[in-house]
Ligand binder design. Structure first.
Ligand SMILES: NC(=O)c1ccc[n+]([C@@H]2O[C@H](COP(=O)([O-])OP(=O)(O)OC[C@H]3O[C@@H](n4cnc5c(N)ncnc54)[C@H](OP(=O)(O)O)[C@@H]3O)[C@@H](O)[C@H]2O)c1
Length: 402
């Protein structure tokens, strides 16, 4: 019997110790109260243990309720944040404008750097990430990708076509690829536009593309190229057409010539940013609005100058470095203003710069070399700068002599 007693006593002691260890100070007080002010110790151990058990359950239930409430609160706020994010993306996805009948997002992506080794330092090792850049942009509500036969000598077109084919998301059918015809000196007739378009489609691995643009004007040959664009539409190779780097007179002429062929001029792609507001002061934006021609704003971040990441001690390598060194002192106060306006909105200088272009009624097409840049740039969608903020940014650009 002795060993049994020892085991029993040891078991009870351990049980009691365990109960003490689990009963919170509050539960211990409760034990005292339930005991009707009698000293808890005056009750037999098994009774005290049962009461302590009840209090443990009681305390555990309360604690569980607390944890559950905290989890619910956390879940609610996570859910709320997710809903807000989803709402932004949904809003961005719904936000579309018509470019010659093709529905495009108010923000695009420029794919010049996807293939260009000389200016942008592209290498094939970037392709895997660029595929993700493409997917993240589509997922973030952006459906417009601008490329050109001269970007990376066709590599950019090849990548855009491949990224679209490999894209697995639900918005695949809404993706818009816009390429550019290069008016090279030996391309003398309208047939050269059709031939170049077919070659671009071959590189993309596609039967047709959404938008085809003339990359720059070329004097007397312009009207032949416009006919070439209309031929591409007639042959079902492209859905909409545009021009690029055109001045007001050329835009009016192209608009009229295409109209005579039953084709709408969809866009004029020009340099426009807080660092280059000439299209606004020259009346180009107004003209395009009157003609219902969309303005695609290229270099909307002034090739990185407006992002705030460069300084006189840190400039990009390559051809941009020299130019940036000269421009940075003037741009610095403007970047400060971008930060001042962006900070309360939780937006970066790049996002504010792009939103400024959108709020001016243009479609910026920033280049993005990596996922971080692409995701950040997508954050320019789904909101608008106020009139006061736009005014302050314009004033800061003017004060900077831009
Ligand atoms: N039609 C034409 O004649 C013409 C001419 C020029 C461009 N374009 C089109 O317009 C597109 C955009 O213009 P762009 O590439 O000249 O200039 P951009 O869009 O103003 O600048 C793009 C560069 O800025 C940097 N960047 C982009 N997003 C950023 C971010 N969130 N944070 C920090 N840095 C960021 C990247 O370069 P770093 O990381 O190296 O700084 C990127 O390559 C081109 O891809 C092309 O499709 C057309």
């Amino acid at each position: 019997m002795a060993p049994v007693r020892v085991i029993l006593a040891t078991g009870l002691a351990v049980a009691s110790l365990s109960v003490d260890a689990f009963v919170s100070p509050r539960a211990s007080t409760l034990v005292g109260r339930r005991a009707g002010c009698h000293a808890a110790t005056s009750r037999p151990l098994h009774q005290r243990m049962r009461m302590a058990d009840e209090d443990i359950v009681d305390a555990a239930e309360k604690a569980t309720d607390g944890v559950a409430a905290a989890i619910k609160d956390g879940a609610d706020s996570i859910g709320k944040a997710a809903m807000e994010g989803a709402k932004d993306v949904a809003l961005a996805a719904k936000d579309r404008v018509s470019l010659g009948g093709v529905e495009v997002s108010p923000l695009g992506v420029g794919a010049w750097s996807w293939g260009d080794t000389v200016f942008w330092g592209y290498s094939e090792a970037m392709d895997k990430e660029l595929q993700e850049v493409f997917g993240n942009c589509v997922g973030g509500g952006v459906n417009l990708f601008d490329t050109a036969e001269v970007y990376g000598v066709g590599r950019s077109e090849y990548l855009c076509g491949k990224f679209r084919r490999d894209y697995k998301g639900i918005d695949k059918n809404g993706i818009v690829i816009a390429s550019n015809f290069a008016p090279l000196p030996w391309r003398l007739g309208r047939g050269s536009v059709v031939d170049a378009c077919k070659a671009s489609l071959d590189r993309m691995g596609a039967e047709s593309m959404e938008i085809y643009q003339i990359h720059w004007p070329f004097g007397a040959l312009n009207s032949r190229y416009w006919d070439g664009l209309a031929d591409c539409v007639d042959q079902g190779l492209v859905k909409a057409v545009g021009v690029s780097n055109y001045g007001p007179e050329a835009v009016k002429d192209a608009h009229a010539a295409l109209k005579a062929r039953g084709v709408k001029l969809g866009s004029n792609q020009i340099q426009f940013s807080l660092a280059n507001r000439k299209p606004e002061t020259s009346g180009m934006l107004r003209l395009c609005e009157d003609l219902d021609v969309r303005v695609l704003a290229y270099s909307p971040l002034a090739q990185g100058l407006l992002t705030g990441k460069y300084s006189k001690d840190f400039v990009p390598s390559g051809p941009r470095g020299r130019v940036f060194k000269k421009k940075l002192p003037a741009v610095a106060p403007l970047v400060d203003k971008l930060k001042e306006i962006g900070t309360p909105r939780d937006k970066t200088p790049a996002q504010v710069s792009l939103n400024w272009c959108i709020t001016k009624g243009t479609i910026p097409i920033p280049g993005a070399k990596n996922i971080r840049q692409a995701d950040e740039n997508c954050g320019a969608l789904g909101w608008r700068l106020s009139e006061e903020e736009m005014f302050a940014l314009d004033a800061a650009a003017s004060a900077a002599g831009l």
